[in-house]
Design a protein around this ligand. Structure first.
Ligand code: GDP
Length: 313
């Protein structure tokens, strides 16, 4: 299994990618999976955008709009749709429960649906691995997840740019102000601006709340926008804001720092899941932790630390 066969546009590449991702979910520790992850890790290509927000706010519709806009600009797009409702299945099938609609015949876009399992709240525990593979293949990767509780934080663990959706008149914006959200999104999008309910008021409320919070961890003051996926109003401004954040990350090594932080967080969570807090304590007793050396690869680090913890004492 190598990246070359999975590249968009190649013969049968969509099917090959679906198979590779299924294998990765089924058997993440196999030599083939790890080799694919190693290769993908070394060749990041895409900017990764995470979209979150409560059910019904318009995420799927917005994601379809983003895919169409990127495709029109000549960019290839991979989508990971994290399905919160199916916790039991061991990896949703391609096409299973996919709510975002894209052109199936389009070789330049690909949608993968994943079942949210328990670990990362709303996020499937294999999301990082799927993201890393898709990041090496496409120009943009979009991760859609339902915002319940911690998922803004969760999606920040896999996306470079976090976009949070709120609906005007729904109380979402009030909720937003009260929540004291842990992770400040880079962009807050007020959806359905065509409905006549004041999207602009909701936008101002959120902007007011965010101005008190200041800049997020990468020094980007969050932006708020009102858009209508239905009429297309505000979509260009949203595309421009996404590109602006990407340009911001490209400066002063911010992207590398953010991705490094994500990787360390993932290693820590994966260790906690596998070995519990006792495992982490044992590592600490050995003078080790989840910290990665600069440029370190999380899957490799997990392998190393796992083999230490599994060594008979
Ligand atoms: P999700 O659950 O957050 O993914 O929300 P969906 O994308 O499924 O949208 C929920 C409902 O809102 C659907 O009935 C959509 O047709 C509708 N919707 C989404 N975007 C817009 C919009 O821009 N304007 C209007 N009027 N309705 C929208």
């Amino acid at each position: 299994m190598s990246l070359a066969a999975l590249r968009p546009g190649g013969e049968d590449s969509k099917r090959a990618l679906a198979r590779a991702l299924a294998k990765l979910e089924r058997d993440p520790d196999s030599a083939a999976s790890q080799a694919l992850l190693d290769e993908a890790w070394r060749h990041p290509r895409a900017a990764v955008v995470g979209v979150t927000g409560p059910p019904g706010v318009g995420k799927s519709t917005l994601c379809a709009t983003l895919v169409a806009a990127w495709r029109k600009a000549g960019l290839t797009v991979g989508v990971i749709a994290v399905d919160p409702s199916s916790k039991t299945s061991g990896g949703a099938l391609l096409g299973d429960r996919v709510r975002i609609t894209t052109d199936a015949a389009d070789e330049g876009s690909f949608v993968r649906s994943m079942a949210a399992r328990d670990r990362l709240g709303g996020l499937a525990d294999q999301t990082l691995a799927a993201m890393v593979v898709m990041r090496a293949l496409f120009d943009r990767v979009l991760i859609e997840t339902v915002g319940v509780g911690q998922s803004e934080t969760d999606v920040a663990g896999v996306a470079d740019t976090v976009l949070f959706c709120v609906q005007p008149g729904s109380g979402d914006s009030l909720q937003f102000m009260k929540a004291g959200i842990v992770e400040i999104p880079h962009l807050v999008v007020v959806t359905k601006a065509d409905t006549g309910i004041s999207a602009e008021k909701a936008r101002r409320d959120v902007a007011g709340a965010l101005s008190l919070a200041g800049a997020g961890p990468d020094g980007w003051p969050p932006r708020t926008l009102a858009i209508s996926a239905r009429s297309g109003a505000g979509v260009d401004a949203l595309m421009a804001a996404l590109e602006a954040h990407r340009a911001h990350l490209a400066q002063e090594g911010r992207l590398a720092i953010a991705r490094h932080r994500q990787s360390e967080g993932w290693v820590r969570e994966a260790l906690r899941e596998r070995y519990g807090t006792r495992g982490l304590a044992r590592l600490a007793a050995l003078g080790l932790d989840a910290a990665l050396p600069a440029g370190g690869q999380p899957f490799e680090r997990l392998r190393e630390l796992s083999s230490l913890l599994e060594r008979p004492r």
